[in-house]
Design a protein around this ligand. Structure first.
Ligand code: DP6
Length: 328
């Protein structure tokens, strides 16, 4: 009897402290600059991949509902690559469950492709290292390579496919740093990250952002190693503003902020001036991620809930890497 080609894996999303924005190679997702992030342990995606003998279109079932269109096509394109590596041709059924709101700049594609890479490789009996899995996940979504290793993670930009990978600079236990996320909107964003990456180079600020990113990565890495919140706050906010400045000066420009975004950013700056250790960052969406030491996370969440325009608040500490789990 034919062995069942099936495996299940889980992965967490990650929040970038130093951002990935723009590619040198859009096809391979070779990033223009190195980046650095923390996995978010409280949110996760669990994915089961079953490969069948028959050839044909792959099926994607997300939170119990079949998905068609670009999201399914992107999964299929990724699985074609995995099939090519394993020398297998059969179609796949991908069942994925996630508690991450999609399309709101919460790196849902990062957890999705990290879990998919682990599950698909395992289902086809491929024995890949963490580094190889991060390289593979990167082809699905750039930031997915950072969800592969545990804790605090750096993505080495590299200039070839085999050299662009992520590795852990510190385990989750290293620092009880919290990400308190102010959700301002759960609408699907109009322009996704992949299109945004393509536009980055049209901004006159892009080259300067890219040229100065390695230094910000080095300073951020140091701040994490020393658990120096003040240094981290300064560098993380600067980097997020740089990325949004590039977005806003691209052609056509990209404005992800909403009026309430500014209200939250100003509140965070005020709280820090008053002595509360907080720092903001934002991905490709209006929601604001407020970083702080675990001890003040409840207080930060309470304050954020009172800011006009904040619909709800999620909170997470550092999380582990992507891994295979038993099917539940
Ligand atoms: C703003 O990894 O989502 O979150 O490779 O096209 O899937 P694709 O892009 P993606 O880009 C993430 C952009 C960001 C910054 C970051 O996470 O570094």
């Amino acid at each position: 009897m034919e062995a069942i080609r099936r495996a299940t894996a889980q992965a967490h999303p990650n929040i970038a402290f130093i951002k990935y924005w723009g590619n040198r190679d859009d096809q391979l997702r070779l990033p223009a600059n190195p980046s650095l992030s923390m996995n978010l342990g409280a949110l996760r995606t669990i994915t089961t991949v079953t490969f069948l003998e028959e050839e044909g279109p792959d099926a994607l079932i997300l939170n119990g509902s079949p998905v068609e269109g670009p999201a399914r096509d992107r999964v299929e394109a990724f699985l074609h690559h995995v099939r090519g590596m394993a020398g297998f041709r059969g179609r796949a059924v991908v069942e994925s469950n996630t508690d991450i709101p999609a399309g709101v700049g919460l790196a849902s594609s990062a957890a999705a492709f990290a879990a998919l890479a682990v599950a698909a490789a395992a289902a086809l009996g491929m024995d890949l290292s963490e580094r190889e899995l991060s390289i593979l996940a990167r082809l699905g979504s750039g930031s997915a390579c950072r969800s592969m290793p545990p804790g605090f993670v750096e993505w080495v930009a590299g200039d070839r496919h085999e050299d662009s990978y992520a590795y852990s600079i510190a385990p989750p236990e290293h620092w009880a740093l919290w990400d308190v996320i102010a959700i301002l909107s759960e609408q699907h964003k109009a322009v996704g990250s992949s299109e945004g990456h393509r536009r980055a180079a049209t901004s006159p600020l892009h080259a300067l952002r890219v040229a100065t990113a390695p230094e910000r990565v080095a300073r951020c890495r140091e701040a994490i190693w020393r658990r120096d919140f003040e240094a981290l706050a300064e560098i993380v906010e600067t980097d997020a503003i740089w990325m949004h400045a590039v977005m806003m000066t691209s052609r056509p420009p990209l404005f992800y902020w909403e009026p309430a975004t500014i209200t939250v950013l100003q509140a965070v700056r005020r709280w820090r001036d008053e002595g509360l250790p907080v720092a903001f960052t934002l991905d490709a969406g209006p929601n604001v991620h407020v970083l702080c030491p675990m001890e003040v996370a409840d207080e930060v969440a309470r304050r954020l809930q009172r800011v006009p325009g904040v619909r709800r608040v999620l909170a997470s500490g550092p999380g582990g890497g992507a891994c295979r789990i038993p099917r539940s």
